[in-house]
Design a protein around this ligand. Sequence first.
Ligand SMILES: NC(=O)c1ccc[n+]([C@@H]2O[C@H](COP(=O)([O-])OP(=O)(O)OC[C@H]3O[C@@H](n4cnc5c(N)ncnc54)[C@H](OP(=O)(O)O)[C@@H]3O)[C@@H](O)[C@H]2O)c1
Length: 268
Amino acid sequence: MLKQKITIIGGGNIGRSIAEGLIQSRAIKNGQLTVTRRTAKGIQDLSDLKITVSSNNVKAVRNADIVVIAVQPKQLTGVLEEINAVLAEKKRIVVSVVSGVSTDDIQEVIGSKIALFRAMPNTAISVQQSMTCITRKVGSKADEKAVHSLFENLGEVAVIEEDLMASATVLAACGIAFAMRFIRAASQGGIEIGFDSDIAQFISAQTLRGATSLLLSTGKHPEREIDKVTTPQGCTIAGLNEMEHQGFSSALIKGLITSHKKINDIAG
Ligand SMILES: NC(=O)c1ccc[n+]([C@@H]2O[C@H](COP(=O)([O-])OP(=O)(O)OC[C@H]3O[C@@H](n4cnc5c(N)ncnc54)[C@H](OP(=O)(O)O)[C@@H]3O)[C@@H](O)[C@H]2O)c1
């Protein structure tokens, strides 16, 4: 069980996903989690999950030990200015999941005394399967333990340097979309070779889960697992090589690099 009271400011895609994951994890009790939005009726359904729903950021922060900020980058300064005075009333930890905004930028508003972390989760956090990259700007070992414990209840955690946060955003957060597109394409191929769409999607998604489980449980290089499947002159190597002739790996790598360039352009 988590000991801290948690407030999530910004109940959009990722804020809501974090809240749903926390409820599913059973790591929090009734009354321990608050989610805010300016239009609170957009998250009213979360109150059915025993989450406190509010549009009052100041009150929600006052009631929290850990404040997770999950608004769009352009909304962040306004939120920080709004809660700044309350943040310092007692010892609190701020965790920003906002992409493209550095801890230096955040400290320009809240100063350098408040415990401050950046985290980059992905939307699989709603089912406790996030890959969350975390960096600490200010905070004790106990603060770090509290933040890690929060996200460890929601998937896997990696500690990274802040200058890799944009890369983490691309590989892990955007990565969900890239993996989804793989599954959709595999499903469409599955339909062409005879399956109904539902079973094609189920087979594609479970096969991807099997592949990732193999790598995560053995730590082996993907090519070692590919070698086991590619019989000489067989159908796997024929299909795989055709995919490479069509630019499969190249398309993925170029897509990652384009996303990374874009995120850096947006951050200025
Ligand atoms: N989506 C992802 O997979 C993902 C993953 C990791 C990180 N991130 C980052 O997380 C941030 C949010 O992304 P998102 O996709 O969740 O965006 P989003 O769906 O637009 O959510 C932002 C939420 O913030 C709320 N909000 C805006 N101003 C507010 C204020 N003053 N007080 C309280 N709530 C406020 C908005 O609701 P109202 O308009 O009703 O206030 C909205 O629900 C972004 O910086 C993004 O880069 C996203």
